[in-house]
Write a protein that binds this ligand. Structure first.
Ligand code: AVJ
Length: 324
């Protein structure tokens, strides 16, 4: 009792940590254990993800960057002067520079991210590179209200949701998120979305299980984070990274597989693992071009145009929200 109270008061200092604790305990208490992929991104996890984007096997980031460079004139041509660019999960905002430097008559740039540190970095870097750009960072998740100064409230909005982050959601949840984004952006707003495409599992699986082991480290890092922040006792070496193509759901799944029978403590709770038992840590859904357009349509968006690379690895969609 004493020790659990001590833990509770320790975590009560930060709402984020309380949410982390509740979510981890909930996920590990299920018959089929899981952890949300949002907890990957502590300082070390964010750094490992940056390393992933440069791996030879991880094609999405460099492919999306190339597609954006090619399609940005068409995106700019459809964008009214004085628009507000709203970016979801902006992270380090690197891809945004391609859009920002081409869209030279923007009223403002609104990056939305859960990480205050990432927003601060992006603000510093972008205001140095693009003098005169008005930046209004919003700390929050994708569903955060966009509260802008009165002078900007009536401006047309262009949403930007790159990186195939939408792939982390199930198809139903992705449809719901797109609709909410459309409602927040407003009628006839546009949304540029980066979407990873279905392809040979021989290409997909190594992208999530690279030879250098960076993705394995990224996946296992969530256990280290639980140990550090939630007084966990995970023996990280007793878990193995797994990346699996689930053909029925068109998604890559990441799991952490227990190498042996073991018992782990997190805060005041105990969790048993059988040898070979897995914790499901991430889904990364893949789409066909038509499959994604159909999902967008059900969410109230018309596809104005979509682009892909020569090898059909990745896609960028230019959508318009036409609510009924
Ligand atoms: C950031 C969600 C787009 O699914 O490809 C990369 C995360 N996980 N390697 C993805 C990730 C493992 C990435 N997203």
């Amino acid at each position: 009792m004493t020790s659990s109270l001590k833990h509770r008061s320790a975590i009560a200092t930060s709402p984020d940590k309380m949410e982390f604790a509740a979510d981890v305990i909930h996920g590990l208490s299920q018959p089929s254990k899981s952890l949300s992929c949002r907890w990957f991104y502590d300082a070390k996890g964010s750094d490992l993800f940056e390393q992933i984007t440069e791996l030879p096997e991880y094609y999405p980031t460099r492919t999306e960057t190339r597609i954006l460079q090619d399609c940005v004139p068409a995106i700019v041509a459809r964008t009214e002067a004085g628009s507000v660019l709203v970016e979801y999960g902006s992270g380090s905002s690197r891809k945004t520079e391609i859009l920002l430097s081409a869209l030279n008559k923007l009223a403002a740039y609104v990056p939305i991210d859960v990480s205050e540190a990432a927003l601060e970095d992006a603000r510093a870097r972008l205001s140095a590179k693009i003098p005169g750009l008005r930046i209004f960072p919003v700390i929050g998740d994708f569903l955060a209200e966009i509260d802008l100064p009165a002078s900007l409230r009536q401006k047309p909005r262009l949403g930007f949701f790159p990186g195939s982050t939408i792939g982390n959601l199930t198809r139903d949840a992705a449809q719901g998120l797109l609709r909410t984004m459309g409602e927040r952006l407003g009628p006839h707003s546009r949304l540029i979305v980066g979407v990873d495409l279905i392809k040979d599992p021989a290409v997909l699986v190594p992208a999530y299980d690279d030879a250098a082991g960076v993705t394995a480290e990224f996946n296992l890092n969530v256990l280290e984070r639980i140990n550090r922040e939630l007084s966990g006792t995970f023996d990280v070496d007793a878990f193995e990274h797994r990346a699996i193509w689930n053909a029925a759901q068109s998604r890559i799944e990441m799991h952490l597989e227990s190498r042996r029978q073991q018992t782990v403590q997190v805060l005041d709770r105990t969790f048993d693992f059988a040898a070979g038992e897995r914790i499901h840590t991430e889904n990364s859904h893949k789409y066909s071009l038509d499959g994604f357009s159909e999902l967008a349509r059900k969410a109230g968006f018309e596809t104005l145009e979509c682009w892909t690379d020569a090898n059909s690895l990745f896609s960028v969609h230019d959508l318009r929200f036409n609510p009924r």
